[in-house]
Write a protein of this length. Structure first.
Length: 547
């Protein structure tokens, strides 16, 4: 009997959102997400105990692979020290969620994402529908609650990422080692009473072609020879997610799936989860849902009932619907080799990606790999410090902004940069010739997140004008620089410019506007080391920048 069969199924919450795609398309991206722009992710679970990079729990079972050799040298043969032992060895004994979340907020994150489970199928919360969880095994802590409490203390929205739908095929290499053990095999062992099949889920015929491919990309969408998940497996997964929603009330769920879990073999699971989650949120917010669900490689229709997530990539043009890119400064799971090599993404790289993403109607979710013990390393803290230094001066050009009439200009704005599968096209060489634009409302000359045409301050109507932030993606040489988008013959022309200011500087910025554009004088003094941001305001009689 499975763990899920021992308990009643979590009922799907009903309400305004029904169990069909048309009804679920009532979903709208909440304003908090549109304004937040930047989140930080702790992609942290038992695989980080090895500190040997991504997909460790899969490749530790591939004889001859680097991670297999590493595993044998550090832990022993995976037939006797397998995934279950790795989970148990993981203690997270130096984890301080409050310190980390406080740090991330100070850096500039406006939401936080915690790993709920990975393809290793191990739940990182007190999960009654998955006995292999962080309360029963390993840390003996409710990690989701720790992250949630820290987010509440800091006032940050909490996201939880769910990846476990793929364990069915992802853990198939374990079948040659300990993946077919049963509960009876645990008699007299540390895991006595626990059923390995609740973790490994390998009581099935493995997918075809997996021995030679050493990946599951060909099987990711439940086609091309993938073994089909059982009804009990899918039911258990649904119960885990719905219970997590009920107990932890996340503001966001990230699914590492093409669209929703089991899309392509069973749409009902996705419909049930979305219906439950949206109605659950609406019941807590006076009838209006306030949550976000992300999935990958979405169709236009799917973008109507959930949000598109791009992995390690950026669309080359603005998107009509809000979207998110997820990336990492290193490997998704902590890698000591990456640390020793010193090749994390720099703070400058992250900031330039953030600027580009925001100009195209998106948010950036950045993973900072966490060591097995629950800490982050000194080189990661340096990256965060560099991000903070720029954000402390320039964050008003990020938070609460919206796309302008044009997202940018320069070589990269004019070039095509197609994505591969769910993304994987980052690494753009931004230069001092590349410019990105966003806009925001200003109330009485102060940056605001107001989206209407007027605002009330101390009970009195206040003038609301538009501001455009023009960011040059790297510092140009001091002297003349022209923003073409303000030229009087350009479709983005929004009227006569009244003032140009360099964020972080009190130095007056000279400018001239004509048919060629807005030509400014870039000063020699640099208030930040990465990219200058110019706040551009228009004369009162100018046409709205939003028109």
């Amino acid at each position: 009997m499975t763990a899920s069969a021992q308990k009643e199924n979590v009922p799907v919450e009903t309400g305004a959102f029904g169990n069909d795609w048309e009804s679920l398309s009532q979903w709208e991206c909440p304003e908090w997400f549109k304004d937040a722009k930047f989140g930080i992710w702790a992609h942290w679970g038992p695989q980080c105990q090895a500190e040997d990079g991504d997909w460790y729990a899969r490749f530790m079972y591939y004889e001859g692979s680097g991670q297999y050799n590493y595993h044998v040298n550090h832990f022993g043969n995976p037939a006797t020290f397998g995934l279950k032992e790795l989970c148990n060895a993981w203690k997270a004994d130096q984890w301080d969620p409050q310190e980390l979340v406080s740090l991330y907020k100070s850096v500039g994150a406006r939401y936080f994402m915690a790993l709920g489970n990975h393809h290793d199928n191990f739940d990182l919360w007190n999960s009654p529908y998955q006995e292999w969880n962080s309360v029963n095994v390993g840390p003996k802590k409710d990690l989701a609650k720790g992250w949630s409490d820290a987010c509440k203390a800091e006032g940050l929205p909490l996201g939880i990422s769910i990846h476990a739908s793929h364990a069915w095929t992802w853990l198939e290499p374990s079948q040659n080692y300990d993946g077919n053990l049963t509960k009876a095999d645990g008699t007299g062992k540390w895991w006595e009473g626990l059923d390995p099949q609740e973790l490994y889920a390998q009581n099935h015929t493995h997918s075809t072609g997996w021995e030679s491919s050493r990946t599951i990309h060909s099987q990711w969408d439940w086609g091309n020879g993938a073994s089909q998940p059982s009804a009990a497996y899918k039911e258990k997964f649904q119960n885990r997610v719905l219970q997590m929603v009920n107990d932890y009330n996340p503001d966001m769920i990230y699914f590492d799936d093409t669209a929703m879990p089991f899309y392509g073999c069973d749409d009902q699971i996705g419909k049930n989860i979305l219906q439950h989650y949206y109605n659950h949120s609406a019941a807590q917010h006076d009838g209006k849902q306030q949550v976000v669900v992300t999935g990958k490689q979405l169709t236009a229709e799917q973008k109507g009932y959930m949000m598109w997530d791009v992995e390690r990539g950026i669309p080359d043009r603005p998107q009509e619907q809000y979207w998110q890119t997820c990336t990492c400064i290193g490997d998704w799971h902590y890698s000591l080799d990456r640390y020793n090599a010193g090749n994390y993404k720099s703070g400058a790289t992250v900031i330039r990606m953030l600027i580009d993403v925001v100009s195209k109607n998106g948010n950036l979710l950045l993973s900072i790999p966490v060591r097995g013990n629950g800490t982050i390393d000194d080189k990661e803290r340096k990256v965060l410090a560099d991000i903070k230094a720029w954000m402390d001066i320039n964050s008003e050009s990020i938070y609460g902004t919206r796309v302008w009439k044009t997202f940018g200009e320069g070589p990269l704005a004019e070039a095509a940069n197609p994505m591969t599968a769910q993304g994987f096209n980052e690494g753009q060489a931004y230069s001092a010739q590349d410019v990105r634009y966003v806009t925001k409302k200003m109330v009485n000359g102060q940056s605001s997140m107001v989206n209407g045409q007027s605002s009330m301050v101390n009970g009195q109507s206040s003038m609301v004008n538009d501001v455009v932030y023009a960011t040059i993606m790297a510092w140009p040489e001091p002297g003349k620089f022209t923003f073409k988008a303000f030229g009087m013959t350009e479709s983005s022309y929004s009227g006569d410019v009244e003032k140009v200011e360099l964020l972080g500087s009190n130095e007056e910025i000279a400018f001239e506007q004509n048919f060629q554009g807005l030509t400014i004088t870039v000063p020699s003094t640099k208030p930040n080391a990465i990219a200058p941001v110019f706040r551009i305001t228009f004369k009162a009689e100018a046409r709205s920048a939003y028109e």
